[in-house]
Design a protein around this ligand. Structure first.
Ligand code: SME
Length: 159
């Protein structure tokens, strides 16, 4: 659950980050830090970049994960790409096609990052430690953030 005040604060701070025109990875990491700082139910939040038919882990905040590359169709992340649909999973224990990053994770949200013409560039992935941590307000916020950071994914990582 994201309040409208939190949404306004996060999007305003995101615009300041993007206005600095820092290198891609620095800006993406700052965006993930912003989400984690304002929203305590985001116990892990990061970017996966779609590259050569696999998802590659980019900047994130939270515990290190062994899932640094994820094939399309595998796990919640790969399912989002395969179906072209954002995923809000109330209880990850209900899923068979799930890649556990942490035993503490109980819920997950994945929102696709797309070009203006709809091609998938990557995704924002977040994990929560409680069942049902994410709702439509989280999805709506991440959809706006995804649209604003999409141009970064069109840059080379060092730019
Ligand atoms: N749980 C994800 C894998 C990524 S971690 O959550 C960071 C999945 O099932 O695709």
């Amino acid at each position: 659950m994201v309040t409208s005040d939190q949404k306004i604060d996060i999007l305003s701070a995101l615009d300041s980050i993007l206005a600095q025109n820092d290198a891609r990875e620095k800006s993406l990491h700052a965006a993930m830090q912003l989400i984690a700082k304002h929203l305590p139910h985001y116990n892990w939040v990061g970017i996966y970049v779609l590259d050569g038919g696999v998802l590659i882990l980019g900047p994130y905040v939270g515990a290190a994960t062994e899932h640094t590359t994820i094939p399309i169709g595998v796990g919640v992340c790969g399912t989002a790409v395969a179906t072209g649909k954002n995923q809000v999973i109330a209880d990850v224990r209900d899923l068979e096609n799930y890649l556990a990053c942490s035993l503490e994770t109980r819920s997950e949200i994945v929102v696709l990052i797309r070009t203006k013409d709809g091609s998938i560039l990557g995704q924002i992935d977040a994990d929560g430690h409680t069942v049902g941590a994410f709702d439509a307000s989280d999805k709506a916020l991440l959809e706006v953030i995804a649209a604003r950071i999409a141009p970064l994914l069109l840059q080379e990582p060092g730019e």
